[in-house]
Design a protein around this ligand. Sequence first.
Ligand code: PRP
Ligand code: ZN
Length: 207
Amino acid sequence: MINVRTKDIKVAVQKKGRLRQATMQYLASKGLEFDPESPLLITNCNKTDISAVSLRDDDIPQYVGAGVADFGIVGENVFYEVPSSSRIVKKLGFAKCFLALAIKNDSEIDDVRALEGKRIVTSYPNLLTSYLNKLGVSAKIIYVRGSAEAAPALGLADAICDLVQTGKTLEENNLKILTKVMDSEAVLIESPVLKSFERNPFYDENN
Ligand code: PRP
Ligand code: ZN
């Protein structure tokens, strides 16, 4: 049983996934060491009055926006995909990747405009819609929570829009990039609900 005092800082982090380890390293660099193996969803940092709250990454902006957590570390892609009143404090320089539209290696599609009327599977429908809208392209967007790269081979999609880091997942699924949609990296976000903390490790200059 842990006791979280309301004046304490709570920072929302990814429960599992690619950002998790790098996030824990970043927090450790600020002197905030947590037990990475802890099964607890709310873990007190052993040296401070700061707690890490482990959440699904797409829930983090909403928790922070509502002030339930004071800070969060999340991919820019998630921050811009999920509506919330949280705001970006700074980019953190790790977990760099990009959101891309991709098609089968043997696809005849050779331009984004050729996606007009096509089916695109993605976990980022809002980012994709605004990207296509700017180009005046109207496509059928199909939402999935993960494994978007499987969709073309299954006959579910003509294209996908998903994150690319090393490019390995695209390659393994016989897909190639049609175009980049946006760059992304980890960002520190904060709540609009102002609280005064005795100590705030996230606002120092040298980071
Ligand atoms: C992420 C992302 C891509 C892949 C990109 O998926 O959605 O599929 O990683 O990385 P790569 O370019 O290095 O291969 P993840 O493994 O997190 O699974 P998910 O799609 O089920 O969320
Ligand atoms: Zn994926």
